[in-house]
Design a protein around this ligand. Sequence first.
Ligand code: SF4
Length: 307
Amino acid sequence: MNRIQVKTVLNKHKRRDAWFLDDYSVNPYVGCSFNCLYCYVKESKYGKNAGNLSAKINAPEVLKEQLRRRAKKKEYGIIAISSSTELYMNIERKFNLTREILQVILKYKFPVHILTKSTAVLRDIDLLKEIDEKANLPEDLNRIGHGTIISFSFSTLDENLAKIVEPGAPKPKERLQALQKCIEEGLLTGICFIPVLPFLSDSEENLDEMIKTAKDYGANFVLVGALTLFGEKATDCKTRYFKFLEKYYPELIPKYEALFKKSFQPAKRYQKSLEERAKRICDKYGVKNRIIDVAISNTSSSLKMST
Ligand code: SF4
């Protein structure tokens, strides 16, 4: 575990993310100990040290100055935490960076979108409720009516499969219980069924089960997105994912090759069909398939992985 000093921690996006609605992102850590097979954080394009677990020990201090300047100019926008790491890894107990960052966000009244696979988010419910009440949303997002959004991400509800593809993350059932608690606390909370795993968690039954479960647990929304696979190096997610297929599902390799061909994403018709099926099943259960409907020209998301 490295301790690093950073010069900047608040990333301003060129345009708002169409799915997660964030204008900014903050990552308290580099790398992630949850080790999801499909995660592209370790991927070569992020640089050779991108996967080394590091704590940005001065992140709260740096964020304070960056948000002070943005708040002065009233440049409010939703801050996604975290887009390229898990903000509630076990090391958070030692470093407390996420909590300190939330305290800074509360001080400057910015709204947040928490993206997590961890139940440890419950530790910060007090701060998240305060942010929910006090944050200044950008004018065009005022109708959200919440300063805090929480998304719990899943790639499957199958505990055995989850143990293999997301070895360091809490069990899906535990995530659902944490989600329920956040909803009981009055926070806008939903499910990111991202990435859906082709031929493993993308059947009609799998989608129905996930969206029905979301309904049963009271989720406010369900976002559904396809798997992406990047890179050719040993630590890249495409290589790791195909090794997993070789070991557990060799019969699926030709199907994946046909679906992805040379691309990092599955064929367009697959993506379209997934989107249509998800929408149809969300309609069936009366669950929203977006946080809110927003008019944004780019309908894709840069956070599709997602943490
Ligand atoms: S997908 Fe998210 S939780 Fe999984 S390893 Fe990547 S950053 Fe961590």
